[in-house]
Design a protein around this ligand. Structure first.
Ligand SMILES: Nc1ncnc2c1ncn2[C@@H]1O[C@H](COP(=O)(O)OP(=O)(O)OP(=O)(O)O)[C@@H](O)[C@H]1O
Length: 310
């Protein structure tokens, strides 16, 4: 049965989850368009996985309403699940089965019609056809990840859920993986992805940043950076460790973060920030006002969330 047409893949309001007395996801509203790649970022334990699991019909919210792929979040969970592919952090497969056998097994579990053709399509689509007789246990990390992606797509889902999909995968394999994800999205698949990597965040169409169960920022990378209104300076020169120690705790200085051979110094109060930088003037240091990056913004959001919610 195909899903009823819905312009939005996800359209939810006030989604909340509590475990015991702890509110792990706190009244989150979210809309995701079909074919969009939506990234979820935030510190460990901020509620990303729990929120996504509710969106995909794997967990029932304690409060909130809405739809996923046009199906009701509370009453039509089995329909949602049928159209969702889930690539978990720890993909399990049978090491002593070949790639083809692993995919065939998963296709059986999903009761995929015309299984042999579906497996062949999946092998070809992900460039695995030449390796189809190789034992899964002998694959390198990047190829195992491809197998995991193939497995999560075998039943032609409309929504793909990726939970930290590229942890431990080398940069070339990561790039290829992302090319594939963008191609799938261009073909209409909606992708929700949790990640801790900034380069992956920048590859998403839109982002949400969660901390302590609260949605603190959302939008495109440019939206999220602009909304933070973070003023950032970079400084290069000798003795940056000493400079960092001298800066921390001074008026206007909210964060001092080493970036390679530079320090990034940020805050929200331009006047106080300027005054402190001027007071620590050293001709050996080269200061430059820069545009805050996503990482600067996320560190700032995390620090502020600790003050607000802990
Ligand atoms: N079934 C459960 N029972 C009780 N507490 C849970 C359960 N599942 C998750 N939690 C708690 O909910 C909080 C949010 O967990 P969640 O896995 O959603 O965070 P996350 O942002 O995905 O973290 P990470 O980046 O580490 O994957 C954590 O404190 C976690 O311990």
């Amino acid at each position: 049965m195909s899903a009823p047409p819905a312009p939005l893949a996800i359209d939810v309001t006030g989604v909340t989850k509590r475990f015991g007395t702890k509110t792990v996801v706190n009244a989150i509203d979210l809309q995701v368009a079909r074919g969009e790649i939506y990234g979820f970022l935030g510190p460990n334990g901020s509620g990303k996985t729990t929120f996504i699991r509710m969106l995909c019909g794997l967990l029932t919210p304690d409060a909130g309403t809405g739809t996923c792929l046009g199906y009701d979040l509370r009453t039509q969970q089995p329909d949602i699940k049928r159209h969702v592919g889930y690539m978990t952090q720890k993909f399990s497969y049978y090491e002593d089965l070949t790639l083809r056998e692993n995919l065939d097994f998963i296709a059986r579990v999903y009761d995929v019609p015309d299984r042999a053709a579906a497996v062949q399509r999946s092998l070809e689509r992900l460039g695995l056809a030449n390796r189809s007789h190789q034992l899964a246990g002998q694959l390198s990390g990047g190829w195992k990840q491809r197998l995991a992606l193939a497995a999560s797509l075998i039943h032609s889902p409309q929504l793909l859920l990726l939970d930290e999909p590229t942890a431990g995968v080398d940069p070339k394999a990561r790039r290829e993986f992302w090319d594939e994800i963008h191609q799938l999205a261009a073909d209409g698949l909606t992708v929700l992805i949790t990640t801790h990597y900034m380069d992956e965040a920048e590859r998403c169409h839109r982002l949400a940043y969660l901390a302590y169960g609260n949605l603190l920022a959302r939008g495109t990378v440019a939206d999220v950076v602009a909304a933070a209104q973070l003023i950032t300076w970079s400084v290069r020169g000798p003795d940056l460790r000493e400079l960092a120690a001298a800066l921390r705790g001074r008026p206007g200085i909210e964060q001092v973060v080493p970036f390679g051979s530079l320090l990034h110094v940020s805050g929200h109060d331009a006047t106080a920030l300027d005054a402190t930088i001027t007071s620590l003037h050293d001709p050996r240091h080269e200061w430059r006002r820069i545009n805050a990056g996503l990482e600067d913004v996320f560190i700032s959001l995390m620090d502020r969330a600790e003050d607000n919610f802990k």
